[in-house]
Design a protein around this ligand. Structure first.
Ligand code: INI
Length: 159
């Protein structure tokens, strides 16, 4: 029996952080959390690109492009969709999530999922450095762990 898991080692990893500007006070906090996690785990600032898009709707295209560029070992997708008075939320949140899931299914590098979908700004603040932690940090850490796991699995495949 083999039991495998990755370790979130950032040394030498090239990471794209794709973030949406909509609800920017929240998404900047997510970006800060992601950068903190990456750098604390050994990723060099020089190996991180931050790619901004207008809103969560635009995340999947930019994430796909980053994945296809072969410049990165992992991508971290960050955004915040906050429910308003109309059904708009459901379309943006649903399609952005679906688009990211499609990108993951079709791509070959890990994507950390840091898209908040919240009922109100308080819920978002709680998850962007507040009492519920920072989902940007969590997404970055997951991306590093998966990049390490992928490396192990590729190495196992070749032997
Ligand atoms: N984009 C978000 O990232 N969060 C939101 O809460 C949001 N709302 O509520 O409308 C939002 N809309 C913009 C959307 O992502 C696109 O940028 C826009 O429709 C242009 O394509």
């Amino acid at each position: 029996m083999a039991e495998l898991s990755g370790t979130p080692r950032g040394e030498g990893r090239r990471i794209a952080v794709v973030a949406s500007r909509f609800n920017e006070s929240i998404t900047r906090a997510l970006v800060d959390g992601a950068l903190d996690a990456l750098v604390r785990h050994g990723t060099s600032f020089d190996d991180i690109d931050i790619i901004w898009v207008p809103g969560a709707w635009e995340l999947p295209l930019a994430v796909r492009s980053a994945m296809a560029s072969e410049r990165y070992d992992a991508v971290v997708a960050l955004g915040a969709v906050i429910r308003g008075d109309t059904p708009h939320f459901d379309y943006v949140a649903g399609e952005a999530s679906r688009g990211l899931a499609d990108a993951v299914r079709e791509g070959e590098i890990p994507v950390g999922f840091g898209l908040l979908t919240c009922d109100n700004i308080e819920q978002a603040e709680a998850r962007a450095g507040g009492i519920n932690g920072n989902k940007g940090w969590d997404a970055a850490l997951a991306a590093l762990e998966m990049a390490d796991l992928m490396q192990h699995l590729d190495a196992t495949d070749e032997s």
